[in-house]
Design a protein around this ligand. Structure first.
Ligand SMILES: Nc1ncnc2c1ncn2[C@@H]1O[C@H](COP(=O)(O)OP(=O)(O)O)[C@@H](O)[C@H]1O
Ligand SMILES: [Mg+2]
Length: 252
């Protein structure tokens, strides 16, 4: 369970990224975070894995105040919280399998990493992760030979391979064409449902959020202006989240 209690984030330049955020997210939820550019979506999800530290308030994950973590406890925590970016963050000259194997590096002696000495068991597990996202046949293909959608799936497999309980995704489909964006959203939904992993996804395109996620959090200027089931989102609510601007959609 993820709990935000009166969380504020003020950047050093005085910009208020988050303002009195109160949230409870249960294990296994699939949550979309929507809002205009600059609303605070990235700030919100990046506080969860402490890429960004909150200014005040409390952030509690599975009973632990994450601001108290450091050193080994922080590394252990970060392994549980997978992060997916718009830009995939892969080593593009390496194969899909090799990229997935790199998520095991923190558990390995350094010389084995340098020599690429991954065990058969590690390889089996990495191949299973690639299979989960439907690209087992690309295991030995260099990532620079893969399409954007396939690269995002490699990124997802790499995250799955670290056995996360939470996946944070910051605009993971923003760079993809609409058809591929739908496929990757379906992957997230399947993983969420089959593995009971909590998924929090920042998403620009509202139609994708409404089609795939079960809960929507709308933020505007660092504040939550809607939090509820996808099925209860109305045009009026979208107008409030987007300040009456055109609501961005991916189309089909
Ligand atoms: N490192 C930073 N320093 C100062 N201001 C920042 C920083 N990162 C984000 N901001 C500001 O915080 C607000 C929220 O940004 P962000 O969370 O990136 O929004 P979103 O992801 O919804 O586009 C914006 O006004 C942005 O300019
Ligand atoms: Mg952002």
């Amino acid at each position: 369970m993820i709990e935000f209690k009166h969380v504020n984030k003020v950047y050093p330049n005085g910009v208020k990224g988050l303002s009195d955020i109160n949230l409870t997210i249960d294990q296994g939820e699939f949550v979309a975070i929507i809002g205009l550019s600059g609303a605070g979506k990235s700030t919100l999800i990046r506080t969860i894995n402490r890429m960004i530290d909150v200014t005040d308030g409390q952030l509690v994950v599975d009973g632990t105040d994450v601001m108290t973590l450091s050193g080994a406890s922080m590394r252990k925590y970060r392994r549980k919280v997978g992060m997916i970016f718009q830009s995939y963050n892969l080593v593009t000259r390496a194969t899909a399998l090799r990229n997935v194997l790199t998520s095991m590096v923190p558990d390995m002696p350094f010389h084995r990493v340098l020599l690429g000495l991954f065990s058969e068991e590690q390889k089996k597990k990495a191949l299973e992760a690639l299979d989960k996202v439907g690209i087992l046949d690309k295991a030995y293909t260099r990532c620079d030979q893969l399409s954007g959608g396939q690269q995002q799936r490699v990124s997802l497999a790499r995250t799955l391979n670290q056995n996360p309980t939470i996946i944070l995704a910051d605009e993971p489909v923003a760079a993809l064409d609409p058809v591929t964006a739908h496929q990757v959203m379906a992957d997230f939904r399947r993983i969420n449902q089959e593995m009971n992993i909590t998924v929090l996804i920042n998403i620009h395109h509202v139609d994708l959020a409404l089609q795939y996620c079960s809960r929507v959090i709308g933020i505007r200027a660092g504040q939550i202006v809607y939090d509820g089931p996808t099925t209860s989102v109305t045009q009026e609510i979208l107008d409030e989240i987007y300040g009456g601007a055109t609501v961005p959609t991916a189309g089909t």
